[in-house]
Design a protein around this ligand. Structure first.
Ligand code: MEV
Length: 323
């Protein structure tokens, strides 16, 4: 018997960082996924390997440790933490395929966590629903990162384009506005935990300045929700540009991200901003009718992908010998 699960990466349209302090956010699943396969080991050892990431490790699931056989397992802490939640320590072989660049701001850790937990629950025949899975995956992120909102893990679980409300409810948008975006990402990685902590430090040092900025980002997100529902392109773009300015004031912008933000605006984007934690990673450009042009220019100097948000969330299956 083998179990398989996959979950998408995400991109945040509005509200990153502010969401950590209870403000709303809007994010969508992207057409890049993490896939985890689990089968019984042929010997007494538990193995995790990933051809995409070029690593192989031997796992000690009881102790939550590993022995490196090959490569650098950047994402392993999320997998070990997921194993501690969903595995009984019997020897297994795990295979991870990842089509989401690590540290690009596209939610690779959340996608890996959601896919790993879903594959483990399937493997053990445990009944679960998306609400439970999203909650467990958020707990894994919290354990590994120290601070995390439920945004990334919710989007990876539910898919599509979602609004996360102040009381942590997931509201899915109907895809009637057919939104499409271009993501540009640099090879300079951002570190989510580090960026979240640096915003927290600023907020603690200057509460009178930074609390209103965080609140204003929340207001922008609420305005953007209405703009998306009304398919008001101009308003959506203006709000993205405004959100970018405020993210810059939180200290999470970089020279590379700024360059991509302005190059995309010069070549047809009407709105563009960094997306995710910042400090490296990616930008999102809104360029209705000019996606190809913006995609080409971003790909010339950095990397780009075109996304729309009609994607599925987590998918899982058990493959028996008969299936
Ligand atoms: C990271 O993708 C988004 C942040 O808001 C952190 C979080 O929500 O946990 C920066």
């Amino acid at each position: 018997m083998e179990s398989i699960a996959s979950a998408p990466g995400k991109t945040i349209l509005f509200g990153e960082h502010a969401v950590v302090y209870g403000e709303p956010a809007i994010a969508g699943a992207v057409n890049r996924r993490a896939t985890v396969k689990i089968k019984k080991s042929t010997n007494d050892l538990s193995i995790l390997k990933s051809e995409d990431l070029g690593f192989e490790v031997e796992l000690d699931t009881k102790k939550g440790t590993y022995t490196l056989k090959k490569g650098k397992p950047g994402i392993i802490r999320y997998i070990l933490e997921s194993l501690s939640k969903g595995h009984d320590h019997s020897p297994i072989e795990m295979d991870l395929s990842l089509a989401i660049p690590i540290g690009s701001g596209l939610g690779s850790s959340a996608a890996v966590t959601v896919a790993t937990l879903a594959a483990l629950y399937q493997y053990h025949g445990k009944k679960f629903n998306k609400k439970f899975l999203a909650k467990q995956a958020h707990e894994v992120e919290l354990k590994v990162q120290g601070i995390a909102s439920p945004l990334d893990t919710s989007v990876s679980t539910y898919g599509g384009l979602v609004y996360l409300s102040r009381d942590k409810k997931i509201v899915k948008f109907k895809n009637n506005s057919n939104l499409s975006f271009v993501i540009g990402y640099t090879m300079k990685h951002g570190n989510t935990g580090k960026m979240v902590k640096s915003v927290k430090a600023l907020k603690n040092k200057y509460p009178k300045i930074f609390n209103p900025i965080i609140k204003t980002i929340g207001e922008i997100t609420d305005e953007a929700k209405v703009a998306i529902v009304n398919n008001d392109k101009k308003r959506l773009a203006e709000l993205m540009n405004c959100n970018q300015g405020l993210l810059d004031s939180l200290g999470v912008n970089t020279k590379e991200l700024s360059r991509m933000v302005y190059i995309s605006r010069k070549h047809g984007a009407i709105g563009s901003k960094l997306t995710g934690a910042g400090g490296g990673g990616s930008i999102i450009a809104y360029c209705p009718g000019r996606e190809n042009q913006v995609y080409r220019i971003l790909n010339k100097y950095d990397n780009a992908i075109k996304v729309n948000f009609s994607r599925e969330g987590v998918i899982y299956n058990t493959l028996t010998d008969e299936s």
